[in-house]
Design a protein around this ligand. Structure first.
Ligand SMILES: O=C(O)C(=O)C[C@]1(C(=O)O)C=C[C@@H](O)C=C1
Length: 294
C-alpha cells in the first residue's frame, strides 16, 4: 500500500515536471515566434519611393534646426585650427570632439543602424549593446558606401563660411558639438540615397540593369533624377527655414512678425540643398547602383 502510494506520488511529480517543461518550451517558442513575426512584419513593411521620400522630408527638419543651432555661434575658428603641438590630444578640437563622440556612440550601438555612417570609421570600438535586427534592406555590396570625407570638406570649407558670422566667443566645445549635429544630420540624409536607390532599382530593375552593366554613370544619373521633385524640395526647405528660424513673440501675429529677420537665411538653405545635399545624395545613389549587381 505504502509502495503504491509512493509510486503514485513519484508519477504525479514526474507528470508535474513534464507539464512544466512543456509549458516553458511552448512559452519560449511562442516568444520566439512572436519576435520573428515582429521582425518579419518590419521587413514586410516594405519601403516604397513614397516612404523614403517621407523620411527625407522629415530629415529636412533635423538639418534646418541643426543649422539654426550652429548659427547661434560665430565662426570660433580655434575650434578648427591644428595646434602646433599636442595638447592632451593631437589635431584640431573638432577632430578630437568628433572622434571621441563617435567612439562613445559606436559603443552605444549607433553604427549598427545601416542609416548611420561614421566620419572616422577606422578603429571604432565595437557596440556594447545587444544587436537589434534591422531589416536587411540594402544590397551588401553598396551598404558600406561612405562619402563622409567629401561631406566633411564641403561643410567646413564651403558651407560654414556662408552662413556663420565671423567672430570668437570662446564657446569652442559647444561649437564643435553643434557642428557634429549638423554633420550627422547631413550625412544621414545624403547616405539615405542608398535606400532611395534600392527602392528605385527594385521598382524597375530592367530600366537600371543595362546602365549598371555598362557602368554608365550619366545614364544612371538621368534615370534617378526627378527635376520636379528637386524643385519642390528647394521650395519646401526655404519655407521651413523661414518658419523655423522666425523670431516668435507674443505681441505680433504670424503675418506681421519679424519678416526678413531669420536665424538662418532661407534662400541659403535652398542653395545648400541645390548645390550640395541633393547632388551628393544622387552621387551616393549612382555609387550604390553601380554595385547593385555585384
Ligand atoms: O526623391 C527622389 O527620387 C530622390 O532621389 C531624392 C532627390 C533628393 O536628393 O531630394 C534626389 C534626386 C531626385 O532628382 C529628386 C530628389
Amino acid at each position: 500500500m505504502l509502495v503504491l502510494a509512493r509510486l503514485a506520488e513519484v508519477l504525479t511529480m514526474n507528470l508535474f515536471v513534464l507539464i512544466l517543461v512543456i509549458f516553458i518550451l511552448d512559452g519560449r517558442s511562442l516568444t520566439m515566434a512572436s519576435k520573428e513575426r515582429i521582425v518579419s512584419k518590419m521587413g514586410e513593411k516594405e519601403m516604397t519611393l513614397d516612404t523614403v521620400r517621407d523620411s527625407l522630408i522629415r530629415q529636412e527638419d533635423t538639418i534646418i534646426f541643426s543649422l539654426i543651432e550652429r548659427a547661434k555661434f560665430p565662426m570660433n575658428s580655434p575650434t578648427y585650427q591644428e595646434p602646433k603641438s599636442c595638447v592632451g590630444f593631437c589635431g584640431s578640437l573638432i577632430r578630437f570632439f568628433v572622434n571621441e563622440t563617435e567612439s562613445l556612440q559606436a559603443k552605444a550601438g549607433r553604427y549598427q543602424n545601416p542609416e548611420e555612417n561614421a566620419f572616422f570609421p577606422d578603429h571604432l570600438p565595437p557596440s556594447l549593446v545587444p544587436p537589434y535586427a534591422f531589416p536587411p534592406v540594402l544590397h551588401r555590396a553598396g551598404a558600406s558606401i561612405n562619402v563622409n570625407n567629401k561631406i566633411w570638406d564641403i561643410y567646413f570649407k564651403q558651407l560654414l563660411p556662408l552662413f556663420i558670422i565671423s567672430g570668437d566667443d570662446g564657446n569652442y566645445a559647444s561649437t564643435a558639438s553643434s557642428d557634429l549635429n549638423c554633420l550627422q544630420a547631413i550625412s544621414r540624409r545624403i547616405h539615405y540615397g542608398k535606400f532611395v536607390a534600392e527602392v528605385k532599382y527594385k521598382d524597375a530593375p530592367h530600366d537600371y540593369e543595362p546602365a549598371i552593366r555598362a557602368k554608365d554613370r550619366d545614364a544612371l544619373m538621368k534615370l534617378l533624377t526627378f527635376k520636379a521633385v528637386e524643385e519642390t524640395v528647394k521650395k519646401r526647405v526655404e519655407k521651413k527655414a523661414m518658419i523655423f528660424g522666425e523670431e516668435v513673440t507674443t505681441n505680433t501675429t504670424c503675418t506681421e512678425s519679424n519678416e526678413g529677420n531669420h536665424k538662418i537665411d532661407p534662400p541659403l538653405v535652398s542653395r545648400l540643398y541645390d548645390e550640395w545635399i541633393m547632388p551628393l545624395t544622387k552621387f551616393v545613389q549612382v555609387e550604390y547602383l553601380l554595385r547593385r549587381l555585384d
